[in-house]
Design a protein around this ligand. Structure first.
Ligand code: URP
Ligand code: ZN
Ligand code: ZN
Ligand code: ZN
Length: 484
């Protein structure tokens, strides 16, 4: 059965024009005037955009002694309700566990997804087995490997492991991702704060200042350059990390930065709230920053030095957050955001004039599809592309509240925010999943999206630095020190 999306204005990353869109068999089959199909969706007064892609979510993830509360079914439904038609989750082998074993667990968990999804593979330990398995992971359509520079004693990898893994990525045509925070410094600061009696959620942000993120971002960039791989820095939250990315890009290095909608719109005053629950709900890493850092992130999206807006959706219930009463280091790190990313970014970005509509599409969808190597199957309104489409009504509004959200947690960090701009329809591979506030999602409809590796780069990425091959110097024996 074919569907025509009629009377709307198509907005892509590079064009805005009036046209109908005909969809059949899950694909866009025609774009043009006066099209007809078996079913018609009225898009008058709306923008027809590529569905959002969230490149950074954690659904049902084992973490900090528990599991994030939203599973693949709930998480992808929340995404669809907010115009996001694809998510990329992190497959997380436990230290010592085989990547293939972890992948089998993730495949099982994502079986009930309502929208398409892909995975990044995390490198949580290093050894010959990991080195070998990385090839198989790439063969299975996963071309991105995540490295945690924080969470010491749990997920963190050291510099030698990171360098080895980055070199392996280079050889395989894969791209490393990093969570950039100096985990050693964070662990020391946490112990100092606790010893001084600072055990509340506000101390979480004192233990992870912008400097720990800036240092780690710089370090990862230099290591990536030596390994000759591109680098993607997740949840870029501060000027120090953004500065490192800007500088690297200016030198010709392929380094990408991903701010979160939370860091763009919520600031560190949230941790001064007298309610423990309120502050703990907002504990995530990196923590929320001040207004100057927020301005830096917005400037990065505007100028292109930051390319992508994600959520890092990792929701925990209040019961889980309260594991950390009396010790902030035990508050599970993470917040939700999947349902709110697109409406919040539209409201605070497009409606304020900070972003054009085309830039909105780029940072929520098209850039992500390109960087993660799935364009134009995803992230495009083009004939032949998957019909992952959001029909966006710029005049629909609501007040965000946990009472009406898809996520199963009992609060929302954007509670009370008025958003203007919401989906009228969200289509996942041609199927209408959301029609205004009616949810028609189908658990199990979602499919895994495999992503090809890139051609191995094989040399340093920067054009400014000459890599010299190591060469052993032949020394004249009479000039050697005695006794050698
Ligand atoms: O606090 C966060 N961001 N939790 C999710 C795991 C991660 O570091 O991305
Ligand atoms: Zn588990
Ligand atoms: Zn992280
Ligand atoms: Zn994350």
């Amino acid at each position: 059965m074919s569907t025509v999306i009629k009377g709307g204005t198509i907005v892509t990353a590079d064009r805005t024009y009036k046209s109908d869109v005909l969809v059949d068999g899950g694909k866009i089959i025609e774009i043009g005037e006066n099209l007809s199909g078996d079913e018609t969706l009225d898009a008058s007064g709306c923008y027809v955009m590529p569905g959002g892609i969230d490149p950074h979510v954690h659904l049902e993830m084992p973490f900090m002694g528990t599991h994030s509360a939203d599973n693949f079914e709930i998480g992808t439904r929340a995404g669809l309700a907010g115009g996001t038609t694809m998510v990329v989750d992190f497959c997380l082998p436990a230290p010592g566990q085989s990547m293939m074993e972890a992948l089998a667990i993730w495949q099982q968990k994502s079986g009930a997804a309502c929208s398409d999804y892909s995975y990044h593979m995390a490198v949580t330990w290093w050894g010959e087995q990991v080195f070998n398995e990385m090839q198989e992971v790439v063969d299975r359509g996963i071309n991105t490997f995540k490295h945690f520079m924080a969470y010491k004693g749990a997920l963190m990898v050291d510099d030698d492991e990171m360098f080895a893994s980055f070199q392996r990525c280079a050889a395989l045509g894969a791209m490393p991702l990093v969570h950039a925070e100096n985990g050693d410094v964070v662990a020391t600061m946490q112990q100092k704060l606790l010893a001084e009696g600072n055990n509340g959620p506000e101390a979480h942000s004192y233990s992870r200042p912008p400097e720990v993120e800036g240092e780690a971002a710089n370090r990862a960039i230099m290591i990536a350059d030596m390994a000759g791989v591109p680098l993607y820095i997740v949840h870029t939250s501060c000027e120090q990390a953004h500065e490192a990315i800007r500088r690297a890009r200016q030198k010709g290095m392929r380094v990408y930065g991903e701010p979160l909608i939370q860091h763009l719109t919520l600031d560190d005053s949230e941790y001064s709230n007298p309610s423990w629950d309120h502050a703990a709900q907002r504990v995530m890493s990196p923590p929320f920053r001040n207004k100057q850092h927020q301005d830096s992130l917005w400037a990065g999206l505007q100028s292109g030095s930051l390319q992508v807006v994600a959520t890092d959706h990792c929701a925990f219930t209040m019961e889980q957050k309260r594991f950390g009463v009396g010790d902030f280091t035990k508050i599970p790190n993470g917040t939700g955001g999947l349902e709110d990313r697109m409406p919040m970014l539209w409201s605070t970005g497009v409606r304020t004039g900070r972003l054009t509509m085309n830039e909105f599409v780029a940072v929520t969808s098209t850039n992500i599809a390109k960087i993660l190597n799935m364009y134009p199957k995803k992230g495009a309104i083009l004939e032949g592309a998957d019909a992952d489409i959001v029909v966006w009504d710029p005049n629909r509004s609501k007040t965000i509240t946990a009472a009406n959200q898809q996520s199963c947690v009992e609060y929302n960090v954007f509670e009370g925010r008025e958003v203007v701009g919401l989906p009228r329809f969200t289509l996942t591979r041609g199927k209408v999943a959301i029609e205004e506030s009616t949810v028609k999602t189908e658990p199990g409809h979602g499919e895994f999206v495999g992503r090809e590796p890139n051609a191995p780069v094989g040399a340093a990425l920067s054009k400014w630095k000459e890599i010299t091959a190591p060469r052993k110097v032949e020394r004249r024996p009479e000039l050697m020190p005695a006794g050698v």
